[in-house]
Design a protein. Structure first.
Length: 194
């Protein structure tokens, strides 16, 4: 039996690896737009739906194996943001974020044989300091294109930490996965050492 990560996220892979969880990467191929259309405005419900859809899709292609799905969402002032489509979009996102609170929701799901066995979402609030245009351009010069793959246009484990004046919530949730609950679910199923 193989444990599969249904995500191409390098940070999710690194978190699992650092925790001693060996996985094979097989990213899911789902229509996220269709999932978002069904689940509307509730970030935890949508993050769970996306994580579960990814886990299910990959598990259907890899029966008998356990699959981890994950997803993260960012909302600021009631507006949900996707990954930036380019550097100009990243500038626009950061200008909009300046001086506001960001709600970050991350979810993880475990599936086997095309069925979800466990899932959980967690949220964090990140207080973004006032960002000058000079800072935004200097920041993107240093962090682009790495942050082009990041919802929220930051990597907390990198220079993204300089965007914030305060952070409320679990570090792993902010990185992109509620890791501690996931590790508990893996232990409960005998997938990692207890």
């Amino acid at each position: 039996m193989t444990l599969i990560l249904a995500s191409g996220s390098s940070i999710r892979l690194a978190m699992l690896g650092a925790a001693g969880v060996a996985v094979t990467v097989d990213p899911a191929d789902i229509d996220e737009t269709a999932v978002k259309a069904v689940h509307g405005g509730d970030d935890p419900a949508l993050a769970l739906a996306l994580a579960e859809a990814k886990a299910i899709e990959t598990s259907r292609r890899s029966l008998q194996n356990w699959v981890i799905g994950g997803d993260s969402l960012v909302s600021v002032d009631g507006r949900r943001f996707d990954k930036p489509t380019g550097r100009d979009d990243a500038v626009a996102h950061l200008r909009f974020f300046s001086g506001k609170k960001m709600r970050l929701t991350s979810a993880a799901a475990l599936a086997k044989d095309g069925r979800v066995d466990w899932s959980q979402a967690a949220q964090a609030t990140l207080h973004i300091r006032l960002l000058s245009d000079d800072f935004i351009h200097t920041y993107l010069e240093a962090e682009w294109p790495a942050v082009s793959y990041c919802v929220g246009v930051f990597r907390l484990e990198g220079r993204g930490v300089t965007l914030f004046s305060r952070v409320e919530g679990d570090y792993f949730t902010i990185l992109g996965m509620p890791l501690l609950p996931l590790l508990g679910a893996l232990r409960d199923r005998g997938l990692v050492a207890a």
